[in-house]
Design a protein around this ligand. Structure first.
Ligand SMILES: Nc1nc2c(c(=O)[nH]1)N[C@H]1C(S)=C(S)[C@@H](COP(=O)(O)O)O[C@H]1N2
Ligand SMILES: [Mo]
Length: 252
């Protein structure tokens, strides 16, 4: 570690990166790249660019945000009259490309650090206790909308499958090529639900049929729709937008 710090402190290429970060106001006060590598646990080398350093800073930011997260603080809920109509559609493709999933044959695959890896047809998910919420969905693209989702609290589901709740992440793979992941504290938050219904009816095709993660403490892109598989892991799973630069934690 001391070697890495002296590399960041004395190597001309990294000094240049450090000056650029200071100029852009991204490194403040006495914080140096050496100090940053210590905080992020990231090994910087002289070939690294501002981009690589920003990734390291974003991952450090994830850890700070996770520490600040209050597992019991609830987001505001709304009245039925405040629901946004029509609820906006968003995906990385146009609405007519949303995946058509057959609810009769679909099963949620479960893997990773869980005791029971059996898969879950819709009927089995519906036999678990259900929660309902009217909450605000906030998209990073600059719009928000209030919607009504119901389903199984993810916490209830994780307990039922014997998940190792000391693991770091819960990851999701979708019927389109989308994927995402959340930290375990957020997965166990009382308002994080595996949503089966929108407005008391099964999720419409474009809003994520048959299963969508509703996590109102996080931005919209961390609410995967058309979930096909769920896994519990200690290996950072990233996500579709997260891997293209959106901050991974992206929540409150
Ligand atoms: N499977 C899948 N889930 C997804 C996306 C996607 O493209 N595919 N887009 C995300 C983004 S950026 C947003 S804002 C919300 C939009 O959900 P909505 O169509 O219900 O408004 O879904 C999220 N989950
Ligand atoms: Mo979004």
């Amino acid at each position: 570690m001391s070697k890495k710090i002296s590399l960041a402190d004395h190597h001309p290429a990294l000094q240049k990166v450090e000056r650029q970060l200071h100029r852009r106001g991204l490194l403040r006060g006495g914080l140096s790249l050496g100090g940053l590598t210590m905080l992020t646990g990231c090994n910087l080398s002289d070939g690294d660019t501002v981009d690589k350093v920003l990734w390291a800073m974003s991952r450090f930011n994830d850890r700070v945000q996770a520490l600040l997260f209050d597992p019991n603080k609830l987001v505001p809920t709304y009245d039925v009259s405040q629901i946004t109509k029509p609820f906006p559609f968003n995906a990385y493709y146009p609405v007519d490309s949303a995946p058509e999933v057959d609810g009769d044959t679909w099963k949620l695959e479960v893997s990773g650090l869980v005791q029971d890896k059996s898969s879950w047809p819709l009927s089995r998910l519906r036999s678990l206790p259900q929660e309902s919420q009217i909450t605000r969905h906030i998209c990073i693209e600059g719009w928000s909308a209030i919607g009504h989702w119901s389903g199984v609290p993810l916490r209830t589901f994780l307990q039922r499958v014997g998940a190792d709740t000391r693991a770091r992440y819960v990851g999701f793979k979708c019927a389109d090529r989308y994927y995402s992941s959340i930290d375990m504290a957020t997965a166990l938050h009382p308002q994080t639900i595996l949503a089966l219904d929108y407005g008391k009816e099964p999720l419409p095709l474009e809003y994520g049929f048959p299963l969508k993660l509703r996590v109102p403490t996080k931005l919209g892109f961390k609410n995967p729709k058309h979930i096909a598989a769920l896994f519990v892991t200690n290996d950072y799973p990233g996500g579709w937008w997260e891997d293209q630069g959106y901050n991974w934690f992206s929540g409150s």
